[in-house]
Ligand binder design. Structure first.
Ligand code: FAD
Length: 521
């Protein structure tokens, strides 16, 4: 171990000296037997595929100790660090957030990924490696009949990656985001200290890293609470032609957490969006609305609410069916367009995998994804929908547009995640999830879409008092540190975020791809 430490320390020193004068040919030439490797193509790419910054080297840590050595060395050498470090989980960032130009990418998938389920405590919990995918955690927990309560729609994301943002899905209204569902973390801070933290033990670090955008430390383990997993789920879709009725029913559903376990929804802009939204939903849908002609100025838009009820009944008549009947009776959807299916819990949670396979088969997975995700206070939801319709979705648009409500009191204000201020505790997530076909939309076209998103976000993020909506972006890289300070965090939030940075990563080694703090590389 000591020898390994020496090797790594020497390697980092050489890296620091050489990277600035640029004579190093390859990390492995100079950096010895462990730790730092040649960059791979994947270390300079992510799901968004709009930013590509090559690192100088890649590290595949075998343990938190390896990361501690690296960060300890980088944060203690010289007047300021010359190499930055980004943790990379599954690389499903959208704007290069897990990249480190000229620095080091730490691939957390290399860390031990065991999932240890402890079912004898209240609550039961799982200790998981931060590089594990949520689908791996789910499969392991289901063997004990248990599962985490809070999810993302897509499960091929790492624990560390989603906990660094928030982690939201249709269960968030009931259980809060994934960052509200963590009992304990193991973190290597930017100073290279390995620290176990929880709400009662080193709480400042615990709350800093949750939603912390990879700025304060690299999460190496997490303890996630578990609940009983239902064997099956009753999954329902209902359709609307009015935004107000659609959101009204969603808000009714999220006010019934005792009966309802999941609430989402999406917009239907054309035949294509109706078809692609049906890929993962195994029921024959006979909803064939008239979207109006493409030429006409006012295209008709429809909406779909989806909700789910857990079904614990193994045989015989299901109480979930009864709940679905009861709840549906209170909704104002376009009759008779209610469609309902029973699926296993695993298939339900893993539903986006089918959409991934479909996009892959059409060559639309490994393409640029200019996405826009916004948290919008309830009072601005209609205004924001209209803004999207007049701009981003005015012309041909392909991809899902998710819209569903979240309750802000389920978000712990101590974490680093930022959500808008709301008068009534309700905000909407709008997820504009576009895949661009390179045959029809080249680099310039993608840039144009991103510029349009920036303008929409600028307008929506203006404070409510100043004629804006007071929305906040989710999963975005802001254009400049000033935008982070002013538009994202605001004065109070920024003060706390910057103080946390000064305490846990004072040399600004971590998370250069977010562009929040100036670095010296
Ligand atoms: P990466 O892209 O590898 O990293 C993301 C950020 O976290 C980077 O800043 C990185 O440095 C940092 N980071 C990664 N690991 C660690 C660690 N161990 N410690 C500290 N920092 C770390 N989000 C939702 O909330 N809900 C959804 O339903 C949802 N669906 C998605 C579907 C798809 C197809 C995609 C591409 C993304 C989706 N996301 C969703 C967004 C996703 O949660 C984030 O992009 C998340 O960061 C991806 O995890 P990752 O492991 O790929 O992270």
């Amino acid at each position: 171990m000591e020898l390994k430490a020496l090797h790594l320390y020497a390697a980092v020193l050489v890296l620091l000296l050489c990277s600035s004068v640029n004579f190093i040919q390859s990390p492995t030439d100079v950096l010895g037997p462990v730790a730092l490797l040649e960059p791979t193509p994947s270390s300079a790419i992510d799901f968004g595929a709009v930013v590509s910054d090559a690192p100088f080297a890649v590290m595949r840590p075998e343990s938190p100790g390896d990361i501690a050595l690296l960060l300890g060395a980088l944060s203690s050498v010289g007047p300021s660090p010359r190499a930055t470090v980004a943790a990379r989980g599954a690389g499903h960032s959208l704007h290069g957030q897990a990249q480190a130009r000229g620095g080091i990418v730490v691939e957390t998938r290399a860390l031990p990924r065991d999932v240890r389920v402890v079912a004898t405590t209240m609550p039961a919990y799982a200790d998981v490696g931060a590089g594990a995918l949520w689908v791996e955690v789910l499969e392991e927990c289901l063997k004990a009949g248990l599962a985490p309560p809070s999810w993302t729609d897509y499960l091929y994301l790492t624990i560390g990656g989603t906990l660094s943002n928030a982690g939201i899905s249709g269960q968030t209204f009931k259980h809060g985001p994934q960052i509200s569902n963590v009992l304990q973390l193991e973190v290597v801070t930017g100073k290279g200290e390995v620290v176990t933290c929880s709400p009662t033990k080193n709480p400042e670090l615990f709350y800093a890293v949750l939603g912390g955008l990879g700025q304060f430390g690299i999460i190496t383990k997490a303890r996630i609470p578990l609940q009983l997993a239902p064997p099956k789920v009753r999954w329902v879709r209902v359709f609307y032609d009015s935004f107000e009725t659609f959101t009204g029913d969603q808000e009714l559903l999220v006010s019934m957490p005792e009966q309802v376990d999941y609430v989402e929804g999406f917009m239907l802009l054309n035949e294509q969006s109706l078809q692609s939204s049906s890929i993962s939903f195994p029921a024959q849908i006979n909803f064939a609305p008239d979207f109006g002609s493409n030429g006409s100025r006012k295209k008709k838009v429809y909406y779909c609410v989806e909700f789910a009820v857990h079904d614990f009944q193994l045989n015989g008549s299901s109480t979930a069916d009864h709940v679905v009947e009861q709840v549906s009776g209170k909704l104002s959807y376009l009759k008779p367009h209610r469609y309902s299916v029973e699926v296993s819990y695993l298939d339900f949670l893993n539903r986006v995998r089918m959409e991934e396979e479909s996009l892959r088969s059409r060559g639309l997975w490994d393409v640029p994804h200019p996405w826009l995700n916004m948290f919008v206070p309830k009072h601005g939801a209609t205004q924001f929908k209209d803004l999207l319709m007049d701009t981003v979705m005015a012309d041909d648009f392909e991809g899902p547009v998710l819209v569903y409500p979240l309750l802000t009191d389920k978000w712990d204000g101590n974490t680093s995640a930022v959500v808008p201020a709301t008068a009534d505790g309700v905000m909407y997530i709008f997820g504009v999830l576009r895949s661009t076909d390179p045959a029809r939309c080249g680099r310039e076209c993608v840039e144009m879409i991103m510029e349009q998103h920036r303008r929409v976000a600028d307008e929506a993020c203006r404070p409510s008092g100043g004629g804006g909506i007071g929305a906040k972006q989710y999963l975005a890289r802001q254009p400049s540190p000033a935008h982070w300070r002013r538009d994202h965090f605001g004065a109070t939030g920024w003060g706390r975020f910057a103080a946390r940075k000064a305490r846990f990563d004072p040399r600004h080694v971590l998370g250069p791809g977010q562009g929040i703090f100036p670095t010296t590389t």
